[in-house]
Design a protein around this ligand. Structure first.
Ligand code: ATP
Length: 363
């Protein structure tokens, strides 16, 4: 059982504020992911939680007790946390069984009890038939399973994972995401998972913390982060998007220039007359090839643009188009299922519901 609280957490390396006034409350049993581009401070945050480095400001509490601050540093071995690294870090001279049981050496357990715990973990990570092999006789995915079993067998309060799947090939990575989530559902250990891979974070985490330049840009469930990005950075970093700039006008409308108006679903946090960005996901745009305005969509309140297909890429499960709009210097990316196909140069209507047009702030 462990809650983790980061308050005003700050860590500087010379001029760089690697972590800058970061605030985050993690619930007991929650799985959060720190997600962001290279250098945004994810690993430094994790290392602060692990106790490998000390903050310059702020504090970390576990179950209300301060474990890190500029004046307190509980050593890593007394934090009851396990950490899993990108490099697996399994002992090459020990078998799978010995690797997993290693951490239990320091716990006062009978050999029978210890063996039972190791056997159970090996079963859970599907390594029971490979327990006598050495790491050099295992694939990367199997080695990472050993690392997972070794981290879990000591029953830590908190599990820290630093890009644990980065060294695996794409297929294995996908499989292991589900595996990690399954193990979490089994053990319910409060977990923090660092990654720069958004789909990994989406599959694994209860909540995603998007980081940018040492700060938290947005924290939320995967759907919230994807469907309601709060900032331009989040909209662009999570998934593909069309970012349009314009001026907010009365009645939740955005003037895009040249008389073109876009109705949006929200805008409460912005003032009329304010310059804003609007994020529209390529999957939320639809295409229609009618000669005249598709009346049905107009009646339903859809936004309507007219343009021509300027690029078309066939991906099997979808087709990725660029549409150059008429009357305005604007190109929209549209991704549609391959049921209806449109040719290069073909004139099309581009349609989108106002609710799928999300205003985002600069920061
Ligand atoms: P990546 O995904 O590339 O691992 P990250 O988001 O984990 O990146 P950090 O490793 O936390 O980022 O680094 C954040 C910033 O702090 C970077 O600018 C990095 O260069 C700097 N930094 C990290 N560790 C040190 C260190 N020991 N000494 C000096 N600067 C450091």
């Amino acid at each position: 059982m462990a809650t983790v609280s980061l308050k005003g957490l700050t860590k500087r390396f010379a001029e760089t504020a690697a972590v800058n006034d970061l605030n985050l409350e993690i619930e007991d049993g929650e799985f959060v992911s720190l997600l962001g581009p290279s250098g945004c401070g994810k690993t430094t945050t994790l290392r602060l939680v692990a106790g490998f480095i000390q903050p310059d400001g702020g504090e970390i509490r576990v179950n209300q007790e301060v474990i890190s601050s500029p004046s307190v540093l509980v050593p890593p071995e007394r934090r009851n946390m396990s950490m899993i690294f990108q490099s697996y870090a399994v002992w090459p001279h020990m078998t799978v069984f010995q690797n997993v049981s290693y951490g239990l050496k320091f716990k006062k357990l009978s050999s029978g009890e210890s063996e039972r715990k190791v056997e159970r973990l090996l079963q859970l990570v599907h390594l029971e038939t490979l327990k006598d092999r050495y790491p050099t006789e295992l694939s990367g995915g199997q080695q990472q399973r050993v690392a997972l079993a070794r981290a879990l067998v000591v029953e830590p309060q908190i599990l820290l994972l630093d890009e644990p799947l980065s060294n695996l090939d794409a297929n294995l990575r996908e499989e292991m995401r589900f595996e990690i989530r399954r193990l979490h559902d089994e053990f319910k250990i409060t977990s923090i998972y660092v990654t720069h891979d958004q789909s990994e974070a989406m599959v694994i985490a209860d909540r995603i913390c998007v980081m940018n330049q040492g700060r938290l840009e947005q924290v939320g469930r995967p759907e919230e982060i994807y469907e309601r990005p709060k900032t331009r950075f989040v909209a662009e970093f999570i998934g593909k998007t069309n970012l349009l700039s314009g001026t907010l006008e009365e009645g939740k409308r955005i003037s895009l220039g040249n008389g073109l108006m876009l109705r949006v679903g929200s805008g409460e946090n912005f003032r009329n007359g304010e310059k804003v960005w609007v994020s529209i996901r390529p999957h939320d745009l639809q295409l229609d090839r009618e000669e005249s305005e598709p009346e049905g969509y107009v009646k339903m309140g859809f936004n309507l643009f007219y343009g021509a297909i300027s690029r078309r890429i066939y991906f099997g499960e979808s087709i990725d188009y660029l549409v150059e709009l008429s009357g305005i210097d604007l190109v929209l990316r549209v991704i549609t299922p391959p049921i209806k196909k449109y040719d290069l140069g073909q004139k099309v209507w581009v349609l989108v519901e106002p609710q799928r047009c999300v205003i985002v702030g600069e920061r």
